[in-house]
Design a protein around this ligand. Structure first.
Ligand SMILES: Nc1nc2c(ncn2[C@@H]2O[C@H](COP(=O)(O)OP(=O)(O)OP(=O)(O)O)[C@@H](O)[C@H]2O)c(=O)[nH]1
Ligand SMILES: [Mg+2]
Length: 233
């Protein structure tokens, strides 16, 4: 194939991402393809907005948001990152108690994902734990923008006391809830699907549930579809 004149290729690269078409010619990626690539994951544009320690630090209560709740170390921040296809959006850690505020990620203007501090971590000082509890309770009771709750549970320890309370709370507020049984990579396929059936049975239609793994990316499309649907309304 004849080389393109330098002038031409320089101009092409200034105009944006280049692609090779079926005939091997260098050119711009078709606009529709680039558009589809961005749109196929609505959550990919998520960016850190703010971390709230006090109710007055919350964004204005006018949009739509989805909160990720779960025991400390269950994998909430990792799930959020996997769904947004970003490695370092939410801070994750081997040490429980990593997320210490209500952290808001903006997907679109007034469309947020909210990473919550984990519950049940004994080493968090009692006064801080009491503060979170009060703040989170108030947030759940009063926040109009809250349109859906994701309850993240380690597949090896599902439906612990706090998880059940969160789900009861969602039912009482008529808030849709979706459970991620995460770290599914830690169990055999048979054991994981056994747990899924059991949890589904216990939930008895009060919330939807799926297997998930941030490590192997199992269940990511399914989880994204639920969250995207809630955010878009
Ligand atoms: N194998 C495996 N490990 C995971 C998975 N999800 C999270 N982890 C690990 O579990 C640990 C805790 O993950 P985080 O996402 O920080 O958990 P968290 O629920 O946000 O924790 P807090 O912020 O402390 O409440 C980290 O070491 C992660 O790498 C998963 O699907 N599979
Ligand atoms: Mg976290």
């Amino acid at each position: 194939m004849a080389r393109r004149p330098r002038r031409d290729s320089a101009r092409l690269s200034q105009r944006g991402p280049e692609a090779v078409n079926e005939k091997g010619a260098v050119g711009r990626a078709p606009a529709a393809l680039a558009y589809h690539g961005r749109m196929s994951n609505y959550l990919a544009s998520a960016a850190y907005k703010l971390a709230a320690h006090l109710p007055r630090q919350l964004p204005a209560d006018g949009g739509r948001e989805v909160a990720f709740a779960g025991r400390s170390n269950a994998g909430k921040s990792s799930a959020l990152n996997a769904m947004c296809n970003q490695n370092r959006l939410a801070k994750t850690s081997k040490t429980p108690g990593r997320t210490q505020q209500l952290v808001f990620f903006e997907v679109q203007p007034e469309r947020y994902l909210v990473d919550l501090p984990g519950y049940g971590y004994a080493k968090v000082p009692a006064d801080l734990r009491a503060h979170w509890q009060e703040f989170i309770n108030k947030y759940f009771q009063t926040r109009e923008a809250l349109k859906g709750l994701v309850v993240v549970m380690d597949v090896r320890h599902p439906l612990r006391e706090f998880d059940v309370s969160m789900l009861e709370f969602a039912t009482a507020r008529e808030l849709p809830a979706h459970c991620l049984l995460t770290k599914a990579d830690k169990l055999s396929k048979g054991a994981a699907s056994g747990t899924l059936q059991k949890v589904r049975h216990e939930l008895a239609g009060r919330a939807s549930v799926q297997l998930f793994s941030s490590e192997t990316r199992q269940g990511i499309d399914e989880a994204r579809a639920v969250v995207t649907g809630w955010l878009r309304g």
